[in-house]
Write a protein of this length. Structure first.
Lengths: 127, 131
C-alpha cells in the first residue's frame, strides 16, 4: 500500500541554495552516468563483434550527437566525481558549517568546469 | 524498551537491517568503496579515450588486448556498474512510493546492470584472448 505522505523531494518550499543545487545536480549527473553506461557496453560489444560493428559505433560516437553525448558525459562525470570527493570528505565529519559547505559546493563547480574544459582542450578534434 | 536480547546483540547486529530502506549500513559502505575505486579508474578511462583520437578498429582492439588495459577496463566496468546500481536503487527508493513497484524497479535495475557487466566483461575477455 502506498503511503499518503510525500516522499522526498519536497523542493517547492525551499529557497534555492548552492548546496541544494549541487545536491540535485549530483543525483541528476549520477542518473545520466548510469544511462551513459549503455554507450560503454555498446563500444565493448562492438569491439568484440568485429570491425563492421565497431564502424557502426564509431560513426555514431564521432558524429555530432555522439560528440554532444560525450561532452555531457565528461561534464556529468567530473561534476559527480568532484561532489563525490566532497561527500567523502564530509563523511569524515568535515565541511558541515554553512560557509564551508557553500565553499565546498562552489569548488565542485570549479573542478567540474576546469576538468571538462581541460579534457576537451586536450581532445579537441578541430585543432 | 530494554529487553533481555539487547544485552547479547552487538551494536552492529542491531544496526543490520535498520534505516528507512531496511538494509542497514552495507549499501552505504559499498557505495563508498566503489566511489573511491571509481576515481582513479575513471581518470584512467577518460585519459585513455582522449588518446584514441584517430585510432581505427585494429588500434583500439590492440590497446584493449594489453593485459593492463584489459584488467583496468574490467575493474572500471565492475566498479562503476555496481556503483550505478546502488545509486539508481537510492533514487528509486526516494521517488517510487508504492512498495511493489519500488521493489520491481530495483530488481529490474539490478538485472540490467548484471547483464551489462557480463556483456562488457565477456567482450573485454574475447578481445583480449581472441584478438
Amino acid at each position: 500500500m502506498a503511503s499518503e505522505k510525500p516522499l522526498s523531494p519536497h523542493i517547492q518550499i525551499y529557497r534555492w541554495e548552492i548546496t541544494m543545487l549541487v545536491s540535485i545536480l549530483h543525483r541528476a549527473a549520477g542518473v545520466a552516468l548510469a544511462a551513459g553506461t549503455v554507450l560503454l557496453v555498446w563500444m565493448l560489444l562492438a569491439l568484440a563483434s568485429g570491425e563492421a560493428a565497431y564502424e557502426c559505433f564509431h560513426k555514431f560516437i564521432a558524429g555530432p550527437i555522439g560528440a554532444l553525448l560525450l561532452f555531457g558525459w565528461t561534464g556529468a562525470l567530473f561534476f559527480h566525481m568532484g561532489n563525490g570527493i566532497r561527500h567523502l570528505v564530509m563523511d569524515t565529519g568535515r565541511g558541515y558549517a554553512i560557509p564551508a559547505a557553500r565553499r565546498g559546493a562552489l569548488m565542485v563547480f570549479v573542478f567540474a568546469v576546469a576538468m571538462t574544459l581541460l579534457v576537451w582542450f586536450v581532445a579537441c578534434p578541430w585543432q | 524498551m530494554a529487553h533481555s536480547s539487547q544485552r547479547i546483540l552487538s551494536p552492529l547486529a542491531r544496526a543490520r537491517g535498520a534505516g528507512s530502506a531496511h538494509h542497514g549500513a552495507g549499501h552505504w559502505m559499498r557505495q563508498r568503496i566503489t566511489a573511491i575505486a571509481n576515481i582513479p579508474l575513471m581518470l584512467w578511462l577518460v585519459w585513455s579515450v582522449v588518446h584514441m583520437q584517430g585510432w581505427g578498429y585494429a588500434d583500439v582492439t590492440a590497446w584493449l588486448a594489453q593485459p593492463v588495459n584489459a584488467v583496468l577496463m574490467i575493474l572500471a566496468v565492475l566498479s562503476t556498474f555496481y556503483h550505478a546500481a546502488l545509486g539508481a536503487q537510492v533514487v528509486v527508493e526516494d521517488y517510487v512510493p508504492h512498495p511493489g513497484f519500488r521493489m520491481g524497479k530495483i530488481i529490474g535495475l539490478r538485472l540490467f546492470f548484471i547483464a551489462a557487466a557480463v556483456a562488457s566483461v565477456f567482450s573485454i575477455l574475447k578481445v583480449a584472448f581472441a584478438g
